[in-house]
Design a protein around this ligand. Sequence first.
Ligand code: 2P0
Length: 336
Amino acid sequence: MINEGNDRRGFSGYGHSTAHPSLALIKYWGKADSVENLPATPSLAVTLDGLKTETSVWISLNTGSGNTADAVFIEGVLQEKKRFEPFFREFRRLLEKKKPDFSDFTIKAESSSNFPASAGLASSSSGFAALACACSGAAGVELSRDVLSALARIGSASAARSLYGGFTSLAEGKRHAKQLFNENWWPEFRIIILELEKKPKEISSRKAMEQTRITSPYYNSWVKDSVVLMNEAETALGNRNLEILGPIIRKSYLRMFATMFAADPPVIYWKPISLGVIRLCEEMRAEGISVWETMDAGPQVKLFCTENETGKILSRLEAVFPDIRARVCTPGSAPV
Ligand code: 2P0
């Protein structure tokens, strides 16, 4: 994470980090505070090994000449400044305390992932987690994991969870996430990531969340109910019991989408193939295979199962949907 004193390209600090996305079993959907980006619902997630975002950051002290605008490139494409401004503002505020002499500087970041961005595969979680770690590395400051988690949250609330490995939670209204169990807690646990579409989502999760909060008549019930689901899921995870955890996972994503469908205008991320996979999971469960699906802000479907059933599930998927890309993941580690 930290690589101080590298004068590459004339910059005064360089940092690099690799982070894994955070996939929610119990969903965060809705903000308690949109300025601070605090979640209205608790979430429980697993950090995914196999999917990763790599970010490099260069920090240069301003000398009074040259371009002093911060810049973030994702897969080589310059990003809109607005999305990153609150994050960089918070990073500078943290640095003021730690390094008062280090106040006037420009940040340049380059990021790339081994999976599509903005397509419902949680690229903003690994993206902002890696950015937080690479920024602290480039500035040469030691920030605790909780502080890095809170910094990443400003960028994307799900990113707060990506700062920790294994199974994590972010409580409603909280600034940073925490680790519930490390990546070795449940060695047989598997996550199958299905890439059904590569295209970026039509509506950002941030915008869709606000639309749901403001217009869905079910929003308050969703927020209340998610606390109940969270408590049940934590217990089931503590017992490593997929038969109990699976139905709670299913309730969480379906109740989240029910709330979105009821918004005005409705938020519909699903595609026909998403429903096809959901139906196939139902069929497999009817045959005794313990496979539990979830979806996020995009058309992709992700499956939870145990190692011994992974082969069967992949063969069934291959037989019905031969063109789908499937990646099998295990619980992953914290950013490095
Ligand atoms: C989650 N999602 O818990 C939920 C489930 C999507 C559905 O967190 O506005 O990119 O940047 O805080 O974290 C996706 O939203 O939203 C998300 P912001 P984020 O993983």
